[in-house]
Design a protein around this ligand. Structure first.
Ligand SMILES: NC(=O)C1=CN([C@@H]2O[C@H](COP(=O)(O)OP(=O)(O)OC[C@H]3O[C@@H](n4cnc5c(N)ncnc54)[C@H](O)[C@@H]3O)[C@@H](O)[C@H]2O)C=CC1
Ligand SMILES: O=C([O-])CC(=O)C(=O)O
Length: 276
């Protein structure tokens, strides 16, 4: 049985908020051991389900309330539904601690959370998540970027139920050819598809912001992966990047997302850091 949170008094205590697709993978990895990090606590909606899962996996870890996270952890990985971002971030940031935010769409309209981090010496970390190339985008942003354009193609079930589709009565069921369901800014896309394109919200924060970053979203029955293409024009370089993400059990979430979190966590304490 892996003992979480007791291995090393010097280690950074990491909590997981939301034990879904991303949270379970990250919790498992932390319990197996990541250097300098310990799994300190988990907060979840369904305690009985979480307890049963932890027992099955052989992980010992306390289940705690959202408000109690700062007592247990130095860093919380937020991998919960977007609507509780504030409840996770506010206590941690007020306590001067770190939050790794996956629900990047929900962060865009909340610059006050960044102000809160600044005021109390806390930190919000947005990992590359399901995307690619934030090293190059943030390097280019140190110079001048003239445009960042993204095109996302997802299998229709990876977009189904998004608020924008429901409000505009756009059906993606039974499509036989690709349908462009949205074209606009990252800011508008994040509000319209809050659980589907966190990637463009994060990209905009790495680059030129949510109003100048643009995205087209396609529901495409011909693809089986969540496909993202990015084109950046800058005074230092022009580059295109693309990634085809294998969906996890949650069709909206690519498998690479949890691995990106693990890589970002590992980097926090590693004696060798590679990449910007
Ligand atoms: N930044 C990125 O690249 C990506 C971000 N995401 C976002 O990351 C977040 C997590 O994604 P997944 O793990 O795939 O979602 P998921 O739906 O599999 O898991 C979310 C978990 O949060 C739990 N939960 C619900 N209410 C809660 C509460 N009040 N307190 C604690 N836990 C609660 C749910 O029971 C569920 O287990 C979502 O907001 C998603 O949109 C997903 C993929 C990529
Ligand atoms: O950004 C998201 O929420 C998820 C996504 O596109 C992916 O996993 O490829």
């Amino acid at each position: 049985m892996s003992a979480a949170g007791v291995s090393n008094l010097q280690s950074k205590r990491v909590a997981i908020a939301g034990l879904g697709e991303i949270g379970r993978t990250v919790a498992n990895k932390l319990a197996q051991g990541l250097p300098g990090l310990s799994l300190a606590a988990i907060t979840t909606r369904d305690q009985a389900k979480a307890r049963a899962w932890l027992d099955r996996e052989g992980i010992v870890c306390p289940l705690v309330a959202l408000d109690d996270l700062p007592d247990h952890a130095d860093l919380v990985v937020e991998c919960a539904p977007a609507d509780i971002l504030d409840q996770i971030c506010r206590p941690m940031l007020t306590a001067g601690k770190q939050v790794m935010v996956l629900s990047a769409s929900a962060l865009l309209p909340r610059p006050d959370l960044v102000d809160l981090a600044r005021a109390h010496g806390g930190q919000i970390i947005v990992p590359t998540g399901a995307l690619i190339g934030f090293d190059a985008v943030s390097a280019a942003a140190e110079g001048t970027i003239s445009s960042v354009q993204m095109v996302t193609r997802k299998p229709p079930n990876g977009l189904a139920g998004a608020p924008y589709l429901v409000a505009n009565r756009i059906s993606v069921e039974g499509l036989t050819s690709a349908l462009c369901v949205f074209k606009g800014s990252a800011r508008d896309a994040a509000a319209a598809f809050p659980a589907n394109v966190n990637v463009v919200a994060a990209l905009s924060l790495a680059g030129i912001g949510p109003d100048r970053t643009t995205i087209e979203i396609w529901a495409d029955p011909a693809v089986t992966r969540n496909c993202h293409q990015i084109r950046v024009e800058a005074d230092s370089a022009s580059f295109t990047m693309s990634i085809e993400n294998v969906p996890s059990e949650n069709p909206r979430t690519g498998r690479i997302t949890a691995l990106s979190v693990i890589a970002a966590l590992r980097k926090l304490t590693s004696p060798l850091q590679v990449g910007t």
